[in-house]
Design a protein around this ligand. Structure first.
Ligand code: FES
Length: 234
């Protein structure tokens, strides 16, 4: 055992990076890195619930603003899944629309709680690892500061997504699905594709090709000029 220890010490003496890794690991453990990681993870997982609630509410608001699309969607659901499954799905859609405001409000409250908890624990963990702030600030100062940091982080993320969307987010394709003239303008856009609300064919917004079929839609060239958007019809 003593021989292994002395070899290991030799290895550390000969390789600076090994010594650095060992010291980093020891400091991480000494400063309760695992406990802090567990706390941050707990609040990260907890925040999934309000994120889902807000997403559910957003879907409810989006559907509520398009009654014609909802009617078509529910008609298609009933056609594709007649019976109990179709009824259940349609009930979920109706509930999403009718309770969007309540679920969204509760989701935001829960997001506030889990977000502040996440930020507080992240700050404590980083402070502990860096050896700063031996005593945490009083709660009246801490909560507003953490809230501010959380809002700053949220703002930074929003701006990042908005800029990404602005720089990459314009595409123009035909409004009618080649399969059965479904309204592609009402389709959901995700992963550079639009999904036809009638039968679910997905079209790549860059190539116009269907991912799950042989059809394709015409893609029109888009140009952004200052605050104007130009579309050249193909
Ligand atoms: S109309 Fe059938 S998938 Fe679009």
């Amino acid at each position: 055992m003593a021989e292994v220890a002395s070899r290991f010490q030799q290895l550390r003496d000969q390789n600076e990076w090994v010594d650095h890794l060992v010291r980093a690991g020891a400091r991480y453990t000494e400063r309760h890195g695992n406990d802090h990681a567990a706390a941050v993870t707990y609040f990260s997982v907890l925040s999934l619930v309000p994120v889902m609630m807000v997403a559910f509410a957003a879907a409810g608001f989006a559907l509520g603003a398009r009654p014609a699309a909802v009617e078509r969607l529910q008609h298609e659901i009933t056609t594709e899944w007649p019976g109990a499954l179709g009824d259940t799905l349609n009930t979920i859609i109706n509930q999403a629309i009718s309770s969007a405001a309540t679920v969204g409000f509760l989701g935001l409250l829960a997001a506030l709680y889990s977000g502040i908890g996440w930020m507080t624990n992240l700050r404590d963990a980083l402070s502990a690892q860096w050896g700063h702030l031996p005593t945490p600030p009083p709660i009246v100062k801490r909560v507003p500061l953490d809230l501010l940091a959380l809002l700053g982080l949220g703002l930074a993320l929003t701006v990042t997504f908005a800029l990404t969307g602005l720089l990459t987010g314009f595409a123009a394709i035909d409004a009618h699905c080649p399969h059965a003239a479904g309204p592609l303008a009402d389709g959901i856009v995700a992963d550079s594709c639009v999904t036809c609300p009638l039968h679910g064919r997905r079209f790549d917004l860059e190539t116009g090709l269907a991912l799950n079929g042989d059809e394709s839609v015409a893609v029109h060239e888009v140009r952004v000029d200052g605050d104007e958007l130009w579309v050249r019809l193909a």
